[in-house]
Design a protein around this ligand. Sequence first.
Ligand code: GDP
Ligand code: MG
Length: 718
Amino acid sequence: MKVYKTDEIRNITLMGNAGSGKTTLAEAMLFEGGVINRRGDVGTKNTVSDYHLIEQEYGNSVMSSLLYTEVNGKKINILDTPGMDDFCGGLVSSLQVAGLGLMVVDASTGLGAGTESANRHAEAANAKMVFVLNHLDNENANFDQTIENLKGKFGNKVTIVQYPVETGLGFNTIIDVLKMKMYKYKPEGGKPEVLEIPASEKERADELHNELIEMAAENEESLMELYFEQGSLSEDDMRKGMRIGMVKRDLFPVFCVSAKKNMGVGRLLEFVCNIAPAPSDVPMRQIVQGKQVVMNESSPTSLFVFKTALEPHVGEVTYFKVMSGKVTEGKDLYNTANNGKERISQLFVTAGKTRTAVPELVAGDIGCTVKLKDTKFNHTLCDKELDLRFAPITFPDPKFRVAVKAISETDDEKVGEILHKVKDEDPTYIVNYSKELKQLIVEGQGEYHLNTLKWYFDHVHKIDIEYKAPKIPYRETITKFAQADYRHKKQSGGAGQFGEVHMIIEPFEEGSQPKNMFVYGGKEMKISVRDTQEYPLPWGGKLVYHNCIVGGSIDARFMPAILKGIMEKMEEGPLTGSYARDIRVYIYDGKMHPVDSNEISFRLAGRNAFSAAFRNAGPKILEPIYDLDVWVQSDRMGDVMSDLQGRRALIMGMGSEKGYEKITARVPLKEMNKYSTSLSSLTGGRGVFNMKFAAYEKVPQEVQDELLAAYAAEEKEE
Ligand SMILES: Nc1nc2c(ncn2[C@@H]2O[C@H](COP(=O)(O)OP(=O)(O)O)[C@@H](O)[C@H]2O)c(=O)[nH]1
Ligand SMILES: [Mg+2]
């Protein structure tokens, strides 16, 4: 394979709804470029792109794969991505290195939720977009309806470049209103016959041609002037205008294909070569550290790693884009994330699992290497003197959480190790052991995403694991003041133990002042605070500790021991074992013994007095409340609202945003288990939500009773 120069490279991402035909289109693209000489089929599980076992079993792409094709002296790197938003990680990273998205749309079924979610990611990445109307050979294909649906979503940015003369079984002819030619395909597809547009289509073709000119001219004043002068634009000027519009995401050209029959694919590739900017013509990825570089061959070398994957028989494969200079076999580079040295001993271009060794890759190209020591996605590898770091890719927040447990305890460690590797390969999995909940928590993009993880454990690692709902990180606090005394005394043989503590506790609120008197049991109790310590707690909230001892009833040296005893109980709240917060403690009296008093005695006295006081102080369980934003199509608003009400949500507002209804609400985390799955089924996969921790709030009494009963049952079990 020849070494392609920067201006001979194009990078594209295939995206769109699951089943729209991305993988089939990729297959046709490789065939057109002569990279493969036989087209595989998703049904017979032999496509270049879907080569992983899980993809063949699902009949669907699960990860992104890197392919390439060679057309008209150019190399087009193709990133084929999964359509389900649960697997959006592959799409998000692909758009960062291949910023021209071909949005494949199934013209026989409508847009599908995947079109919208893919567009959201493209918008976030500011990626240019081309609509590829596929399945036009399908008997239910409807070109006009699909265009109408697209315009409903994307408005007048949708710009027809091609239309089919006939759809369905008779689909074999495409009219191109940029070239003003007609392409007619033989049943096996491939190279078309290029014909003049017949009289019967002239009127429609002319009309669309003029629309296209106007859309192209609109993007630049000089083109507009030219158009007014001449009443037309040359093909080159049209392309120039289209390119400007595409960069601004103001123009989305529409192309027509049947990926399955390989019709229209060659012309689409030609358009990509002509319209997509060379990698050096797009702004450089943001540099967050080190020297500036430009994307050309003569600069020092830098690579941006956007993906790693474990492949059978080879180990870890590292995928990168050459950002500057060139990389050759045997080159030593420096990893700025961990100051490590890496040798690029082999270089490959890939078409799915087939890796072809190449001697060199230049700026703008995408390739992979193997056997690196410690390089992960988002790392930059560069010549030492650059000391460069590119801005990392940020992935969407997780939407679904589970607690993972090995069925057999002996597998615990292995499960942890595997999960650690999994999140390197798919950065949209987030794995954390929660010390507080004593659970291994895995977060992902949806229930299906997490089921896929389980599939790996079942089929690849052959380890039985189970998913449980993650525990909720409750907190405990008090609602009124209470007093308690506790005497700890032990005198069995040897040295004795003695400590007595009298305390009052009350709720703490930020900005409140300590009291100097409490009334209880019909008596007034005067308190004089001599010393105050404020402890912000690692789990949120505060403990405020007042030393109010007068007349030396407890030595100052025992005060820290009492505090320690209290803290022990704060860490394991008396109600449900959850962390306690926002409490003021006054130690106002006690007793010592001249010989037997020591730290242990006061620690235990402090702990038990606190426990007793807590129980009498109107203890309450606090639950985490989240701010929730939900976007749904207006006809599903009612269902989504009533579902939310069933989740104890407090609706804070409603409004319209980007063609969706937006609901803002506050919801308890406890009620949001599997929300992404419910929302998905209520909205046909179109609903989107966002959740952010807001505050801790007291639970309603019936929920508290329920939680206390559950805790008691659990304690009994253990
Ligand atoms: N009739 C027809 N079927 C197609 C076409 N493109 C793809 N398919 C079929 O649609 C299904 C989904 O295709 P696939 O490429 O896996 O879609 P992806 O999920 O977007 O990658 C497969 O059964 C393909 O054979 C097409 O142009 N026409
Ligand atoms: Mg696919």
